[in-house]
Write a protein that binds this ligand. Structure first.
Ligand SMILES: [Zn+2]
Length: 112
């Protein structure tokens, strides 16, 4: 995935956050599911009107979204934290297929 695509995918995931108000650290926790370019994602999110920065918080604007989640038994490594996982979660958000992730790493995401 190109850097710009990662930024786009991270913003799609942010739109699926369970909370509409996140501490910056929590927002970065979600962004890190896709990329380490958190400042770029946050700046782009503000520019596109996806988020607003308010003090130490990130406020999600617009309608909450859901990521479609598929689970399957596996023997893999979580794309976010690098931990060994045996239940893989693959997320689909805004046309992006992301994963695999362990269950811990997707808990801030609204899934269906
Ligand atoms: Zn993980």
């Amino acid at each position: 995935m190109q850097a710009q695509e990662k930024v786009d995918a991270a913003l799609e995931l942010l739109r699926c956050a369970r909370e509409r108000r996140l501490r910056v650290k929590e927002a970065i926790g979600i962004i890190s599911m896709v990329t380490r370019l958190s400042e770029r994602v946050l700046a782009e999110g503000v520019r596109r009107g996806v988020i607003r920065r308010e003090g130490g918080e990130i406020v999600l604007l617009g309608e909450p979204a859901r990521a479609r989640c598929r689970r399957r038994r596996c023997d893999a490594v979580c794309r976010r934290c690098g931990r060994r996982i045996t239940l893989c979660h693959y997320l689909e958000a805004g046309g992006f297929e992301l994963g695999p992730y362990g269950s811990e790493c997707i808990r801030r995401i609204n899934t269906s």
